[in-house]
Write a protein that binds this ligand. Structure first.
Ligand code: ADP
Length: 222
């Protein structure tokens, strides 16, 4: 992929329930390196299934998907690909309650050749970007929902992934906190030069992106 694309998806299909449910019904899509795109569509249209394919969390039935130069349909060690290339942000942030904020952010760095000083410096820098440097030693339970989601953003970026996949990152937040989370995401996408792909059913949230991809009945609408 030397054409500037970080992702190329062709005729991707995925069924559930022995093929009775066609979650993805021939998705064709190209995403440029460094782009910020949102994927929008009603509930059940296939957005999360598509995001799971992009993050190599599930495999397709048919078609091809190339991510960061890797053909995911023919890659064996997907966990290495995932930890190197992808940062995930979900609606529920899945922070570990009895670890500090700083420790939660450094977790993905273990086993990647960093010493503890390097891990702390990198994590603190990201916590500064999301304005949580003062809360680094707190536990996630002492934070608001918006603050926890900002910790999840810092954690997703800590290994310098090439792609961030965010599934309804503001889904559980009020509009003020949701807006702050989106601002942080957008800023960090520019600063870290990371491709940002965000799933949402909310038009206002989708409008923050540079490009909107509409999904309906498992297909991209033109
Ligand atoms: P969205 O994220 O747009 O709400 P999904 O990708 O979650 O849509 O779902 C697309 C369709 O696939 C829906 O009909 C959903 O019920 C079905 N589906 C998704 N995941 C599964 C699963 N693990 N088992 C069975 N059906 C599923």
């Amino acid at each position: 992929m030397n054409n500037g694309n970080i992702m190329e998806i062709k005729e991707l299909k995925k069924g559930f329930d022995n093929g009775r449910i066609k979650a993805l019904n021939g998705i064709n899509l190209e995403i440029k390196k460094g782009e910020f795109v949102s994927i929008i569509g009603p509930s059940g249209s296939g957005k999360s299934t598509l995001l799971n394919m992009m993050g190599a969390l599930d495999s397709a039935d048919e078609g091809s998907i190339l991510v960061a130069g890797k053909d995911l349909t023919h890659t064996k060690d997907l966990s290495e690909f995932r930890s190197k290339e992808i940062g995930f942000i979900f609606q529920l942030h899945n922070l570990i309650p009895n670890l500090s904020v700083l420790e939660n952010v450094t977790i993905p760095m273990y086993g990647n050749g960093y010493n503890s000083k390097q891990m702390d410096v990198r994590a603190m820098n990201l916590l500064k970007y999301v304005n949580l440097q003062d809360k680094a030693s707190r536990k996630p339970t002492e934070l608001s929902g918006g603050e926890r989601q900002r910790v999840a953003i810092a954690r997703a970026l800590v290994n310098k992934p090439s792609i961030i996949l965010a599934d309804e990152p503001t889904g559980s937040l009020d509009s003020k906190n949701g807006h702050m989370v989106l601002e942080n995401l957008k800023e960090l996408h520019e600063k870290e030069n990371v491709t940002l792909i965000m799933v949402t059913h909310d038009m206002n949230v989708a409008a923050m992106a540079e490009r909107t991809i509409n999904v309906l009945d498992g297909k991209v609408q033109n």
